[in-house]
Design a protein around this ligand. Structure first.
Ligand code: TTP
Length: 201
């Protein structure tokens, strides 16, 4: 048996979508949510923001690990933002803000950025990268915007929609990695894990 595959993943996330995607890799993993501050400097580019926040999430879990714990693991942190006309959209705080975000996104394109940080739980060695996906949303009537916002589906999602849910009905096309939009670019993650001796295929 290849001993490299005994390494496990520690997913530094509260997101059920990220948990499902990591589960699909068929590598042993556990979830250790990181509760980090998600503010960032206004001067940062979208790429820098998602990589900084992903790194912060992995780092927080690394610092909180029990010193006597089995550290044959790679900590994975991730962060997703939506950018429209250079404006960063995070998660809406309520239905009203969700409707405002949807109004600004409908009938045009925006870009979804997700940063991924992998960190060796033993040595603290870290590698951070990101992916960007362009998403085109159909033109929506005010009634459709209100109905979708009221569904509540977008409340814990960057940009106030979920491409994997009812939100699929308002997206007309994407360019780039679909899973990047859902919150974890799995093909990127798998490439990064190779560098930490975790071989998925
Ligand atoms: C655009 C879009 C975002 N999202 C989600 C992915 C992320 O979970 C969320 C953005 O918030 P994040 O702050 O990236 O993540 P999170 O707070 O959900 O989880 P954690 O920080 O604990 O890892 O939006 C979708 O699920 N579908 C979509 O179509």
């Amino acid at each position: 048996m290849d001993t490299a595959n005994l390494r496990r993943i520690i997913l530094a996330s509260t997101s059920p979508r990220r948990r499902e995607l990591v589960a699909s890799l068929a590598i042993p993993f556990e979830v250790v949510p990181s509760h980090t501050e998600e503010s960032f400097e206004a001067s940062l580019s979208p790429e820098q923001i998602v990589m900084e926040l992903a790194g912060r999430k992995a780092e927080a879990v690394y610092r909180g690990l029990d010193p006597s714990a089995d550290r044959n693991a790679v900590i994975v942190g991730s962060d997703t933002i939506v950018v429209r006309d250079g404006e960063v959209l995070g998660k809406p705080k309520d239905t009203q803000e969700a409707a405002d975000m949807l109004r600004s996104l409908q009938g045009r394109e925006h870009v979804v950025y997700t940063g991924v940080a992998c960190m060796d739980a033993l040595t603290g060695r870290r590698h951070v990268d990101y992916r960007a996906t362009t998403v085109r949303m159909k033109a929506l009537t005010e009634a459709e915007i209100q109905a979708y916002a009221r569904s509540g589906e977008g409340l814990d999602k960057a940009g106030a929609y979920a491409i994997q849910g009812l939100g699929a009905t308002i997206v007309t096309g994407i360019e780039g990695c679909y899973f990047n939009v859902v919150g974890l670019p799995v093909s990127l993650l798998v490439d990064m894990l190779k560098d930490f001796d975790i071989q998925v295929l």
